[in-house]
Design a protein. Structure first.
Length: 316
């Protein structure tokens, strides 16, 4: 560990000790530390819990699918997003289990008093807590994915009432919001990597910009990474699988690496399709849906639509 990283680690440990999140200990468990740099120059203290997780009985409590949440997040005039401050750290660890969270570093051995990131069952534990928090809301349209909460209301007075109820429930559960990452009473908010507006769901322009900067891949691993990144936007790209086929073929087992005109065209076509993606409308369960399909010898496609021409709009 370099002297600079060691100093950053020391500061992070001091902060966690002061906040009562960790404490020094003696433990037969000793997971290693991993330092992940943040864009602002600081570090994120991560613990490699792979060995501990391998012997942990899994908690199968389900996490919601992001696509389902985005489809449920109906466009309204007033929307607020609430981010819980260091969400996992707001959950206490049972005293008998604290020693299992122990980690070692140049400054000694420490254990977590609050739930750390990286534990196998941390997401399930936190989502269960958030579902219990949400279950007590009365006549409030709110969605949540772990520590990301969104509240949607049709008018301002209702929105204030909804927010009041949400914060009362947060207080009851002793959950703290990060005010620097909250947005209130907006008509356009970022949620789960997309923008929700009065018109529908829009792609995040910053994410599109990052895709535009990706250079041509030189190996299979880079092709896989590019396809995974683009797949985040596939709901906005008609015929995604068909366009991406030359790249997908490169990732097949025992496929010889070739980068020619078909691969280059597929690479550039996906980029171009993301420059001006459509705004996806939210589904209205009271109106009929139309599914249009298409197929070829190597791809299947479908689009979900509501309305009739010229006012039809794409759902997905």
């Amino acid at each position: 560990m370099t002297p600079a990283k060691k100093e950053l680690l020391k500061k992070e440990l001091e902060s966690l000790l002061a906040e009562g999140i960790i404490e020094e200990c003696e433990s037969p468990y000793a997971s290693p530390v991993v330092l992940v740099p943040k864009p602002n120059g600081s570090i994120r203290l991560c613990i490699d819990y792979r060995k501990l997780n391998a012997t942990t009985i899994p908690d199968t409590y389900p996490l919601p699918r992001m696509d389902d949440l985005l489809n449920e997040a109906k466009s309204t005039k007033f929307m607020s997003t609430i981010d819980l401050k260091a969400g996992y750290h707001q959950v206490k660890v049972y005293e008998a289990d604290q020693e299992k969270t122990a980690f070692i570093c140049p400054f000694g051995t420490y254990k977590f008093l609050r739930m750390p990131f990286g534990l196998r069952n941390a997401p399930a534990t936190f989502q269960r807590l958030i579902v219990k928090f949400r279950s007590g809301l009365k006549d409030v349209f709110a969605l949540s994915y772990l520590d990301d909460i969104i509240v949607l209301s049709e008018n301002f007075d209702k929105h204030l009432s909804d927010l009041r109820q949400v914060f009362e429930r947060l207080s009851l559960f002793k959950l703290t919001a990060n005010r620097n990452k909250c947005n209130f009473a907006c008509n356009r908010v970022k949620y789960l990597g997309h923008y929700i507006t009065e018109q529908g769901i829009e792609v995040d322009a910053d994410k599109v910009s990052s895709v535009q900067k990706i250079t041509e891949p030189t190996c299979v691993k880079e092709v896989q990474s590019y396809l995974q990144t683009c797949s985040w936007f596939r709901r906005y790209v008609p015929h995604f699988s068909e366009i991406a086929r030359p790249l997908s073929d490169l990732t097949k087992k025992n496929k010889t690496w070739t980068w020619g005109e078909p691969e280059r065209k597929a690479f550039e076509s996906l980029k171009k399709m993301l420059i001006s993606p459509p705004v996806l409308s939210q589904p209205d369960g009271s109106k009929p849906f139309i599914i249009r399909t298409d197929a070829s010898s190597y791809a299947l496609g479908a689009v979900l639509i509501q309305g009739e021409k010229p006012e039809e709009h794409v759902i997905e």
